[in-house]
Design a protein. Structure first.
Ligand code: AKG
Ligand code: MN
Length: 239
């Protein structure tokens, strides 16, 4: 997995070293979560200008919806807007009793440009689907979950690009099975095993290995009203 980091660092060299090139700058961090799970965070994956241009496109052109989802026998509006894009001929995505319509890449060509920028720093990846989220304000959120749907295979790589308002992204270890750990130890372990990232405008976060099997992630509500944040998660559906 270390090679993935090298690749992240190998973005286009600045053609004019006299000028400050914000693309390819900023510290990348690699978090080894243990057990073959890893998160790479690159805060300045995109220049601010490029990221704002894409934010404006996404805000205006994407057909955002706020579907009803079904969890534990109850239905309620998903607490954020969403849209879904996938290559043709793939297994349909379904989560929380909701099956999103799959738009095509041709309908939103800028999404291909963003996909290309992601593929450029993660050569070897072949993302073929994209889940988009729009958090209109601080009270929009995504609850604890993992993207461990079978269609992504046992060790999915998920690349997440963020635009607009900064929001906290948390990761916590899935609880151990009761028989494996005494309860006192479990609560200590739970505290120790939370990781927090402030996902910046133009940032890229990549989850890989067993992260979806062993960890949960969330974007919690924010106490301040906040402004719009758009997040794109690229995934590969296995054929
Ligand atoms: O908005 C984010 O940063 C995460 C979104 C997410 O986890 C998802 O769409 O599955
Ligand atoms: Mn997720």
């Amino acid at each position: 997995m270390a090679s993935r980091l090298l690749l992240l660092e190998a973005r286009k060299p600045n053609p004019n070293p006299e000028t400050k090139c914000s693309e390819n700058q900023g510290k990348r961090s690699v978090t080894h979560l243990g057990g073959g799970s890893e998160v790479i965070y690159s805060p300045r994956f995109l220049s601010s200008e490029r990221a704002w241009a894409w934010f404006d496109y996404l805000e205006k052109e994407i057909p955002w919806t706020r579907p009803l989802i079904h969890v534990f026998g109850r239905s309620y509006p998903q607490p954020r807007d969403t849209c879904y894009v996938a290559s043709e001929g793939l297994t349909d995505l379904k989560y929380s009793g909701y099956q999103p319509h799959a738009y095509t890449w041709d309908e939103y060509p800028v999404l291909r440009d963003i996909l290309e920028a992601v593929h450029e720093v993660l050569p070897g990846s072949r993302f073929n689907s994209l889940l988009l989220n729009r958090y209109k304000c601080g009270s929009d959120y995504v609850a604890w979950h993992s993207d461990n749907e079978k269609l992504y295979g046992p060790t999915p790589e998920i690349a997440s690009v963020s635009f607009g308002c900064e929001r906290k992204f948390l990761l916590k270890k899935k609880p151990a099975k009761k028989e494996e750990e005494p309860s006192k130890k479990r609560s200590k372990v739970a505290l120790r095993n939370v990781h927090s990232f402030l996902l910046k405008h133009g940032s890229l976060l990549v989850m890989s290995g067993h992260t979806q099997r062993d960890w949960l992630h969330s974007v919690p509500k924010h106490s301040k009203p906040g402004s719009v944040r758009i997040n794109l998660t690229f995934r590969q559906i296995l054929l």
